[in-house]
Design a protein around this ligand. Structure first.
Ligand code: DOR
Ligand code: ZN
Length: 348
């Protein structure tokens, strides 16, 4: 198959930051996707509907002229999130979910939740108002081995949250292990998961291939090959619980290539093409449309897109970097390498 036309996809997990970084990255996403769930882990975090609406305005103002890309906003859950704020989310046309970062688990998670059981009353309000909970599912305690943190979170928290609030819609974000796939598959219909392109295409060897490779460092960290195989199987299975969420997370080249480099892979420049490569590995390109364009909106109870996009098997070279501002640059996933698939036309 040399061309593939599918319904225009959405990205159900995306970081776009603010200011010059936002302006540098947003066009890449808007070129491919109709909508994206925007992560709230700014400094300071987006904790109220009012802040989310202001952030949405900033994103809209940064879009290329003529773009009708829609940012779908989220709030950052803290120990202070109130039931009133949950009601405001439920009443809002623009805020679609609330994100749980266990404190200390990842980038800008310091303001996250330290005692997860203490926010159960918030989960109760979310279940009542039918507001989805998005979860960064890693146990943050430094005692856990970094490769075991996802499973530890399922065992210590996620199973219990789902048991206590079976009506609560939960997206287990960027799943990386066989354990997470098994949890989602065996959970009720209210539990779904996003999968990133890097976790479908790479295992943990990519981090240390001939030397330290900081551009493959993200959280949750890349795992062993058998976990990657489980993710590929889940994504291409046709199971409606799994959908596209790039977790594209830009940091400047300088902050990535550092003695203590930031976590996050920038993939928005080639997102759909990367997924196409993964699905082709599984001889499952016919399953890409449901994963990229149907399962997400169905879970979020939003209409599927009407436009179409076309991918062609036509090699192109990813630039070594993209400019951000002055001498600041951004190094994309696959920098300097060749991509097999190219996104051609959009919309219509
Ligand atoms: O690698 C990551 N980067 N994982 C996250 O959870 C956060 C993200 C970021 O904001 O950079
Ligand atoms: Zn993320």
């Amino acid at each position: 198959m040399d061309t593939l036309t599918i319904t225009q996809p959405d990205d159900w997990h995306l970081h776009v930051r603010t200011g010059s970084m936002l302006r540098a990255v947003i066009g890449h996403t808007a070129r491919q996707f109709a909508r994206a769930i925007i992560m709230p882990n700014l400094k300071p975090p987006v904790v109220s509907v009012a802040q989310a609406l202001a952030y949405r305005d900033e994103i809209l103002a940064a879009l290329p002229p003529g773009s009708d890309f829609q940012p779908l906003m989220t709030l950052y859950l803290t120990g202070n999130t109130s039931a009133d704020e949950i009601r405001r989310v439920a009443d809002s046309d623009h805020v679609h979910a609330i994100k749980l970062y266990p404190a200390g688990a990842t980038t800008n998670s310091d303001a996250g939740v330290g005692d997860i059981r203490a926010v159960y009353p918030v989960f109760e309000a979310m279940a009542r108002h039918d507001v989805p909970l998005l979860v960064h599912g890693e146990a943050p305690e430094p005692g856990h081995d970094i490769f075991d943190r996802e499973k530890a979170f399922i065992d210590a928290h996620l199973s219990d949250i789902h048991r206590q609030f079976p009506e609560l819609r939960i997206v287990f974000e960027h799943v990386t292990t066989q354990d997470a796939v098994a949890f989602v598959e065996s959970a009720g219909d209210n539990v779904a998961a996003t999968i990133t392109p890097q976790h479908l295409l790479y295992n943990r060897n990519a981090l240390l291939a001939g030397g330290v490779r900081p551009h493959f460092y993200c959280l949750p960290i890349l795992k062993r090959e058998h976990h990657r195989q489980a993710l590929l199987k889940a994504a291409t299975s046709g199971n409606r619980k799994f959908f596209l969420g790039t977790d594209s997370a830009p940091h400047s080249t300088l902050l990535k290539e550092s003695a203590c480099g930031c976590a996050g892979c920038f993939s928005a420049h080639a997102a759909l093409e990367l997924y196409a490569e993964a699905f082709e590995q599984m001889q499952a390109l016919d399953k890409l449309e449901a994963f990229a364009s149907f399962n997400g909106p169905d879970f979020y109870r939003l209409p599927r897109n009407i436009g179409r996009v076309t991918l062609v098997k036509q090699p192109w070279q990813v630039p070594a970097s993209y400019p951000v501002k002055d001498s600041v640059t951004l190094t994309p996933l696959r920098a300097g390498e060749t991509m097999a698939w190219q996104l051609l036309s959009t919309f219509g």
